[in-house]
Design a protein. Structure first.
Length: 590
C-alpha cells in the first residue's frame, strides 16, 4: 500500500518486506528513526538505500506458468489456480509489484536526494569513480522497477492508455500521494530516460581490466583504481548491458499489440534496442552453444566470484549445495513434490526433429510413438512417460495405471495432473532421498542472452519482415535459424517456408519463444502483451502399457481457464484505489 510503504520508508529504512536486514542502517533516535539531515551525513546508509532497491527486485521464477497453457500445478492452494480459473480480483496481490517497486523507487529517490557531497572513501579519485557508479546504479534500478510496474499494472482507463504514478522526488509525510497515473507513453519515456542515464554512466560490463575504458578517462586512467570500483568485485550490480537489456524489454512491451495504441515507440525501436546488446556481444554467432541448459553444467561451474557464463547477462546470487528446485519439482519417486506439471499443449508445441509442427503432415509425427523424433528440447525440458531422471537415471512412469507414485493423480500434491513433470531448471545430479541427500550449486538468471535474441527476432520481423535487417547485419530469420540449429533442428525447409510470410514467421517466432523460455515466467506476460487467447484449456495425456501395448488417453479438461478480456492488463491494488480519488483503476477491474 502506497501510504504505508512510501511514508514509512521515509520514516524507517527497515521495511518488513525488504529481504535484507536494515537494523544497522540507523541509530536509535526519536521512534528509532533518523531524519534526512542525519542521513545525509552517513554515506554508508546512503549506499544501503540502493541495496534495498536491489533486494526488492521481482523474482525471475514467479511460477506464473501455472496460470497459462504451458503448465498447471498439483498444489491445490496455489494462488495461480485461483487466478487462472476465474478468481483473479484486484485484491489479489500475487502478481502485484506495487508496494515493493514503489518502495524501491522511494529508496532510489532518497539516494538521489542525499548523495550530494558524500565521501564514500578517502581517496578522491576512487570516491569520484564510486560516486559515478552508484549514480548509474540508481538510475538503472529506478528504470528497472518502473518497467516492472508498467508490465504488471499498466492498462486502460476509459479506453485511454495509462501507466502508473510517477514520483520524481523522495516523499515524506507531507507529500501528496493522491496523484493521477501518468500516460503510458510518458512512463515509458521516463523509464527510458533513467536507463539511458545508467548506460551513459556505467561500463558495459564489470571486470578487472589492464586498460581503463575511455569513457572513464575524465576520472582516471589507472587500472588499479578503476578495478577497485568497476572490477570483479562489482559483478552482478547494474551495469550498461543490464540497462540496455531492460530497454529491450521495455520497448518490446511498448510496441506490442496490448500497448501500441498508447505508445509512440514502435517495433523498429524495440529491434534496435535488442540489437545494441547483441552487437556488443558479437552478433548472431555469439549465441552460446550451451545456452539451452543455462541452469546446469558449465553455465553453473563458471559462475563463481560473481562471474557469468556467456548465456547469462544478469543473475541472482549463486545457491550452494541446494536441493530446493529438485525437492519442489522432481517426481515423487525421486522424493520430489512434482509442483510444475507441463501441459500437453506445451508438449504439442515442440516440432519434430525436421522442424515441422506435429500438425503438419510432412513432419513425420507418429501419434502412437509421440516422443520419438521430436525437437531435442522436449526431452531436455520435460519428463514424460519413459523418461529417465535423477541420480540413478530412474525410469519415470506417469500413467494412471502404471502402479507408480509418479502416475497421474496417484499421490495428492505430489503426482502429476497432466502426465508430465518439469525437467528444466533441475540438476539431475541432485539426490533428494532423505537417507542420502546431496545438493548442487544453482544459478537463477535475471536476464538471459537468448531472451534478447528472441526480442530482436520478434521486433525485427514486425518492423522489417522476416529477412530484412534494418541497420543491422542479421534478420529475424537469421536469429531463429541460429536458435533452432543450436537446439538440433538443422533442416531449414519449414523455416524457409515461414520466411516467405510475415504472419507465419510471427507464429514461428512466438512458438520458439514459448519453447526456449518455458518455465521461466514469460508466457503469462507474453500472452497478454500479444492480446492472445488466454483461455486455452490445459490438457494432459495418460500413457499406460499392458503387455507391451501402449495406450494414449487424452485428458482434455485438466484445468479450464476463465480469464476475462480486461485481464490482459493487471489491476491497480484496490486498496490503493479506495484511498486515493485521483488513482483510477484499469477498465474492467473492481
Amino acid at each position: 500500500m502506497i501510504t504505508k510503504v512510501i511514508k514509512y520508508t521515509v520514516l524507517s529504512l527497515g521495511l518488513t518486506f525488504v529481504l535484507t536486514s536494515c537494523d544497522d542502517l540507523v541509530e536509535p533516535a526519536l521512534e528509532n528513526q533518523k531524519d534526512l539531515e542525519a542521513l545525509e551525513k552517513e554515506a554508508l546508509s546512503v549506499q544501503r538505500l540502493l541495496e534495498n532497491a536491489y533486494a526488492t527486485l521481482p523474482a525471475y521464477y514467479d511460477n506464473s506458468d501455472y496460470a497459462t497453457d504451458d503448465a498447471v500445478t498439483n498444489q491445490k492452494s496455489n494462488p495461480f489456480i485461483k487466478i487462472a480459473t476465474g478468481g483473479w480480483t484486484s485484491d489479489n496481490g500475487t502478481l502485484s509489484v506495487w508496494p515493493t517497486s514503489y518502495a524501491a523507487i522511494q529508496y532510489v529517490n532518497l539516494f538521489m536526494q542525499t548523495r550530494e557531497g558524500q565521501r564514500y572513501v578517502k581517496n578522491e579519485i576512487t570516491n569520484a569513480l564510486l560516486t559515478r557508479r552508484l549514480l548509474g546504479e540508481a538510475y538503472g534500478l529506478r528504470g528497472i522497477h518502473l518497467y516492472y510496474l508498467l508490465r504488471n499494472h499498466a492498462g486502460f482507463v476509459s479506453d485511454s492508455p495509462f501507466g502508473v504514478q510517477l514520483f520524481a522526488e523522495a516523499l515524506d509525510i507531507n507529500s501528496d500521494f493522491n496523484i493521477s497515473r501518468s500516460a503510458f507513453e510518458e512512463c515509458v519515456a521516463k523509464a527510458l530516460e533513467d536507463l539511458d542515464q545508467a548506460v551513459a554512466l556505467l561500463p558495459f560490463d564489470y571486470g578487472d581490466v589492464t586498460e581503463v575504458p575511455s569513457k572513464f578517462h575524465d576520472i582516471t586512467s589507472d587500472p588499479s583504481i578503476y578495478n577497485l570500483v568497476m572490477g570483479n568485485e562489482a559483478r552482478q550490480l547494474v551495469n550498461g548491458q543490464i540497462a540496455e537489456s531492460f530497454r529491450s524489454r521495455l520497448l518490446l512491451l511498448a510496441a506490442s499489440p496490448a500497448f501500441s495504441q498508447g505508445s509512440k515507440y514502435n517495433w523498429a525501436d524495440a529491434a534496435n534496442a535488442a540489437a545494441s546488446v547483441i552487437d556488443a556481444k558479437g552478433g548472431v554467432s555469439a549465441l552460446p552453444s550451451d545456452g539451452i541448459t543455462y541452469y546446469d553444467g558449465n553455465n553453473v561451474t563458471v559462475s563463481t566470484e560473481g562471474a557469468n557464463s556467456k548465456e547469462i547477462i544478469w543473475r541472482s546470487n549463486r545457491e550452494t549445495n541446494s536441493t530446493t528446485q529438485e525437492s519442489n519439482n522432481y517426481p515423487p519417486t525421486l522424493f520430489g513434490n512434482g509442483m510444475m506439471n507441463p501441459t500437453q499443449n506445451l508438449v504439442d508445441a515442440f516440432p519434430t526433429a525436421t522442424g515441422y509442427p506435429i500438425s503438419d503432415s510432412r513432419s513425420g509425427y507418429d501419434a502412437q510413438n509421440p516422443y520419438a523424433n521430436r525437437d531435442p528440447r522436449l526431452d531436455i525440458y520435460i519428463i514424460h512417460d519413459g523418461s529417465t531422471a535423477g541420480v540413478n537415471n530412474s525410469i519415470i512412469r506417469t500413467g494412471s495405471k502404471s502402479g507408480s507414485n509418479d502416475g497421474i493423480d496417484v499421490v495428492e500434491s505430489k503426482s502429476t495432473r497432466t502426465g508430465y513433470y518439469m525437467r528444466k531448471r533441475l540438476r539431475m545430479s541432485v539426490n533428494c532421498d532423505p537417507s542420502a541427500t546431496s545438493g548442487q550449486d544453482h544459478i537463477t538468471p535475471r536476464i538471459r542472452l537468448t531472451e534478447i535474441f528472441l526480442n530482436y527476432a520478434e521486433a525485427a520481423n514486425e518492423a522489417w519482415g522476416p529477412k530484412a535487417t534494418g541497420s543491422h547485419g542479421y534478420s529475424a530469420y537469421d536469429i531463429i535459424k541460429a536458435i533452432r540449429q543450436r537446439a538440433g533442428i538443422t533442416d531449414t525447409k519449414y523455416l524457409d517456408e515461414c520466411a516467405a510470410d510475415k504472419d507465419k514467421m510471427r507464429q514461428l517466432i512466438r512458438n520458439e519463444r514459448r519453447l526456449e523460455l518455458c518455465f521461466e515466467s514469460f508466457r503469462f506476460w507474453d500472452l497478454r502483451r500479444w492480446k492472445a487467447d488466454l483461455n486455452e484449456t490445459a490438457r494432459g495425456l495418460d500413457v499406460n502399457e499392458t503387455l507391451g501395448v501402449y495406450t494414449y488417453t487424452p485428458l482434455n479438461n485438466v484445468e479450464i481457464r476463465a480469464y476475462q478480456s480486461y485481464q490482459n492488463y493487471g489491476p491497480i491494488p484496490q486498496s490503493e484505489v479506495l484511498k486515493y480519488s485521483n488513482l483510477k483503476q484499469n477498465d474492467g477491474w473492481k
